[in-house]
Design a binder for this molecule. Sequence first.
Ligand code: DSN
Length: 418
Amino acid sequence: MLSSIKQTDPVVYDLICQEQARQNNSIRMIPSENCVSKAVMQATGSCLTNKYSEGYPGKRYYEGQQITDQVENLARERAKALFGAEAACVQPHSGSPANLATYCALAEPGDTIMGLALPHGGHLTHGWKVSYTGKFFKSVQYELNPETGRLDYDHILEMAKEHKPKILISGSSAYPREIDFSKFDEIAKAVGAYHVSDMAHIAGLVAGKAHMSPVPYADAVTTTTHKTLRGPRGGMVLAKEEHIAAINKAVFPGFQGGPHMHTISALAIALHEAMAPDFATYAAQIVANAKRLAEKLLEYGFDLVSGGTDNHLILMDLRNKGITGKPLAKALDRAHIVTNYNSVPGDTAGPFNPSGLRMGTPAITTRGMKEDQMDLIAGWINTICDNLENEDVIAKCGSEVLELCSQFPLPDTFVQPQ
Ligand code: DSN
């Protein structure tokens, strides 16, 4: 697949090969990452990258759209069928532009939006102060219940009644529990707000029926396409029919120019893959793996935000271990276990060395790992946590990790190391 790159630019070829080897020889547990199939990968490198297609199918600003219209319509129709949505926009370049465009379609700058605070598991674009979503709009942030580490729907209702947001945002980037989107719908209706749901992290779980779907309960649902959904890097908005014209207009010409048709073709393939029965098995295994890992980590005395997980991710609060997330993430990385340090609710440490560690199971489940392998991973995390300065112990765990990786190559339908 890479032979032309090797011939034209050996430097880039070498870097890509090194990255492929790194991915192959590590337990990749960043919960927003995954591995795409060869088919998805090849579509992202196809001739569709050569085409400009400003506009939407049937109404473009350039000629030569005989094929691109079909590609975009196919992706839209598959997105609607997979998620049971009335309408879909598949042009957002990723999740952040999808969110901003959706807010601008449904509200005016200066209106109030209300989302989950970043240190409590929300995303930057849910109105956090450093994001333009927190500057263009008046942002009010709800937090998790400090006792349970879970969403507190009564508290969210009280805040919504007080602040009367134009948009209530459900969804998260670091929340390990199932979200009850019907409750967000009730709250939004009670205060006359639009309900926008960001399902980026759980889109694959929703597609595989391993998590409640926000689609029946939200005016608009935004998502990236490359996390649990296992598609190309991209974004998408699913919406009620009455909102799609405004959302389309906000995406193009509001925020973006030409759509990335190569990505949209790859998304169409990923949606097709997600319709296959084995995708539901995959989604269920992601959750089973995360639950087993959480169980083992609790046995080792780790403190988990909310006490466990219902989805694909785990958020460890390391304050009871007397360490922060960064040294642990770095030591794990030296042993080829890749996670990310993360803020936790009530964190007083800064975002560059917060008190938590976030990890997830989508990519390792794609490799075929199951509950037994989660037991091994929990053991290595515990050993490394107790030996942060002991490079011999870290190296020993690292060689055991490499041995495990060699036993779980990606399936043949995925890109293999060169
Ligand atoms: N950066 C993504 C994540 O890691 O959760 C969210 O967009």
